[in-house]
Write a new protein. Sequence first.
Length: 106
Amino acid sequence: MNNNNNKICNPKTEVEQGISFNEQDYMTMLLTHLKELEKNMAIVLTECSNEKLYREYKKMFDTIADAQRKSYELMFYLGWYTLEEAKNTKVSSLHKELQTQLDNLS
């Protein structure tokens, strides 16, 4: 893994550039659609009218969530998805903020 400038990524697999879609373009579209489907299926699960329907939709949700995760992992492996390492000060600051919000709920 490459870790320069707080970036966490793998070496980028180069793809042919041009007007036509390449593998990275297709994977980006697939991941985007799977994320959207996963969000919408979560809403469907909360609004199911009976247990049998819920179980059927839950199977679909799990399949979509697995496909989304595998697509993300492949894109990360190919260097097409980059993460940013958070500095300890940022993590500590967010933790303190969330702890304050939690305390205010009590």
